[in-house]
Design a protein around this ligand. Structure first.
Ligand code: ZN
Ligand code: ZN
Ligand code: ZN
Length: 682
């Protein structure tokens, strides 16, 4: 039986669809067991004593301890931690033990529901056990990994529970019948649990929510999204969103079940009591509309990153949730423009090669993916940001030369180019923006020879800001075609705004080009648009009276198009004035005449234009060295105060546009708005 959730009334864009829902169960991440409270997930004060040697969990207060410690002990969580500490090889999986501990806690708090292990659902939630655990020789490595997690995890959980009960705690390797109950609970966790993150995006733990949330299906073009709030954050809200109603009802396509729902068996009211009575502790989840939803329409969220190409989304959904997505976006034929762009590569010189038909897009994609993953790995795992920047710039400007194909003498080999909106390109921009920023910060920190380092730091900071603007522009273009990208795009604009403001406010400027007065900017006033004040009011100042929906006390986004257009027009204006300056230090960026104008990629024949564009710009690849120091001073002075003020305004508008989009997805009190307040307070 397939469940879905439908809107019980018309829902405007940017509104809470559910009240904050309490979890059925939750577990803190392994890495935080000794530094955070296991009941409320808040950081603990630094330890006066070295941490205990045996695995233990900690609480911030007697209240938290009272609430959680009985469940901790009775669930066999300590036994599991001890067991796996002494025998790490029994569960060698990278995600840690939080999923297993969550499953143990769930088993303990829902004892009767799992015995005997039901085939389909526990507590109304889908386990997918048959599909997940009985998956025959896995066709892809990710599915294999999940199969191993289930098998090893259920064995370890069962052993921990036997130890708790004073029985033999050996981890059995045969007779899987004993672990069916644990297996079902773990499958349920893998299928339904949600990651809990702090304001900076760090994983705090995992949580499992009841039917009101877990019955919401996936779509690659969803009309809702969700955020998880810690209890401490909800308690500090100026007005209580506890009062907001549950605006969705369960629906089942089968006749029998529909009748059940109608007769009140699982009506919205029952779901509401479920959410209120179960547990008033732990991280809460809130679902929010990112599009207008009509009464009776199905409400969907994304279980995977919707900025990935279709093939990737499908393989992730299949390996983790065992379903093939038939959403409108996935079913579009020909593929939607966004899905086409996200995996498009083009080939140059294919005609000159005798192996004309040798252009194999799959092979090229594989090679490009490997190359880019390798470069990003240099940065993420080894911390070598310089090598990463060089490799990524190389592949973006030079393309991938197909040296394996034979070609006639005197002709150029075929070269594969990433579409500038290919998801690999987007990954590359993300990494470059971050890597250049890191390099700039490192250089400033080194700061031994005053001028030399500063010039380079200035360059790096500038190029990083340019890439973050390019990323925001590129994804904003895709967002025009696929409105569900709003959450990703919001983050990219905020990052761009932050990088641009960092760069514009950098102390390095004062060495060569002190700005006389930034007061006009400091007041966040823009002479061109009338909305900055309004947006600040919505996103940042909490106490003013706001234009709210009389029914649910929520901010209205009825003039969304007008506000975004005004902000974007200003972004375009300011970008025109500063882009030439931002890209001076980077050859790859010079191929983008305007980081916000991607619409010509939506036309046919873009590929030829793009290729000739890159080729003509790629000629001067050798870096123009010279007296760098003087060049830097000259450039900065030439750009001048007015240029720098444009940079500040651009940064501010990007930040506001990002926070405006973010307030739609995450509400006016989200991590994003706190973050923005911090940036602006500077
Ligand atoms: Zn606590
Ligand atoms: Zn889909
Ligand atoms: Zn403006």
């Amino acid at each position: 039986m397939e469940m879905e959730m439908r809107a019980r009334e018309d829902i405007e864009m940017g509104q809470d669809v559910t009240p904050p829902l309490s979890p059925l169960s939750f577990a803190l991440d392994d890495s935080l067991l000794l530094s955070h409270c296991s009941a409320c997930f808040t950081p603990l004060p630094p330890h006066p004593h070295p941490p205990p040697l045996h695995p233990a969990i900690l609480y911030c207060s007697p209240r938290c301890s009272n609430y959680d410690s009985a469940l901790h002990f009775s669930s066999a969580e300590p036994h599991l931690l001890r067991l796996l500490r002494s025998r790490p090889s029994a569960y060698p999986h990278s995600g840690g033990t939080s999923d297993l501990r969550l499953a143990l806690r769930f088993l303990q708090s829902h004892p009767s529901t799992c015995r005997p292990p039901p085939s389909g659902r526990i507590a109304g939630l889908l386990t997918n056990r048959e599909k997940l655990a009985a998956r025959l020789p896995p066709e892809n490595p990710e599915a294999d990994e999940i199969f191993a997690i289930i098998r090893d995890g259920a064995r370890a959980m069962a052993a921990a529970r036997r130890t708790r009960d004073g029985l033999d705690g050996e981890i059995l390797t045969e007779d899987a019948r004993l672990e069916l109950e644990e297996e079902a609970a773990l499958c349920l966790v893998l299928t339904n649990a949600v990651e809990v993150q702090d304001k900076s995006g760090r994983t705090l733990g995992v949580a499992l929510y009841g039917r009101s949330f877990s019955w919401i299906n996936h779509s690659c073009s969803p009309n809702a999204c969700y955020r998880v709030s810690l209890l401490s954050e909800i308690e500090t809200l100026p007005f209580s969103s506890e009062e907001s109603p549950l605006r969705i009802v369960p629906y089942c396509a089968h006749d029998k079940e529909t009748r059940l729902i109608e007769s009140g068996f699982c009506s919205g009211n029952v779901l509401k009591t479920e959410s209120q009575s179960r547990m008033c502790y732990g991280p809460r989840i809130i679902v929010r509309s990112i599009k207008r939803i009509k009464k009776g329409e199905e409400v969907t969220v994304a279980y995977t990153d919707v900025l990935r190409p279709k093939a990737r989304r499908q393989s992730e959904l299949w390996s983790r949730y065992c379903f093939i997505c038939f959403c409108k976006r996935c079913g579009a034929l020909p593929p939607s423009y966004v899905d086409h762009a996200l995996e498009e590569i083009s080939v140059v010189n294919a005609h000159s090669s005798c192996a004309n038909n040798g252009f194999d897009k799959d092979t090229a994609t594989e090679m490009l993916t490997e190359y880019i993953d390798d470069a990003i790995g240099d940065y993420l795992s080894v911390g070598d940001s310089q090598s990463c920047c060089e490799k990524l710039s190389h592949i973006l400007t030079q393309g991938l030369l197909d040296e394996q194909l034979e070609f006639n003498e005197g002709t150029s080999p075929p070269t594969y180019w990433l579409h500038p909106l290919n998801h690999l390109s987007l990954n590359a921009y993300t990494t470059l923006a971050s890597a250049y920023k890191t390099r700039a910060n490192n250089l400033v920190a080194l700061f031994s020879e005053p001028h030399g380092n500063l010039c380079e730091a200035f360059e790096m900071s500038r190029t990083g800001a340019a890439y973050s603007l390019l990323l925001a522009g590129a994804t904003n273009h895709l967002f025009q075609f696929e409105p569900s990208l709003i959450a990703s795009v919001a983050n990219f604009w905020v990052n761009a705004g932050e990088s641009l403001l960092d760069f514009a406010r950098s102390s390095i400027w004062s060495e060569v080009c002190p700005v006389a007065s930034l007061s006009s900017v400091a007041k966040y006033k823009c002479l061109k648009c009338s909305v900055t004040e309004k947006v600040i009011q919505i996103c940042i100042r909490r106490h003013r009276k706001r234009e709210t929906d009389p029914l649910h006390g929520q901010v209205q986004y009825s003039d969304f198009a007008n506000v975004s257009n005004q902000l974007l027009n200003c972004v375009i204006d300011y970008t025109e004035k500063v882009w030439f300056f931002l890209i001076r230090g980077c050859h790859h960026l010079k191929v983008f005449k305007d980081p916000l104008a991607f619409s010509w990629f939506a036309t046919t024949g873009y590929s030829d234009i793009w290729a000739s564009h890159i080729l003509s710009n790629g000629i001067n690849v050798s870096s123009s060295s010279g007296t760098k120091e003087n060049a830097f001073e000259y450039e900065a002075q030439e750009f001048g105060n007015s240029g720098r003020i444009c940079l500040l305004q651009l940064g501010l508008h990007c930040l506001l546009y990002g926070s405006y989009l973010g307030s739609i997805c995450f509400g006016e009190h989200s991590h994003l708005t706190c973050h923005i307040q911090n940036i602006l307070k500077h």
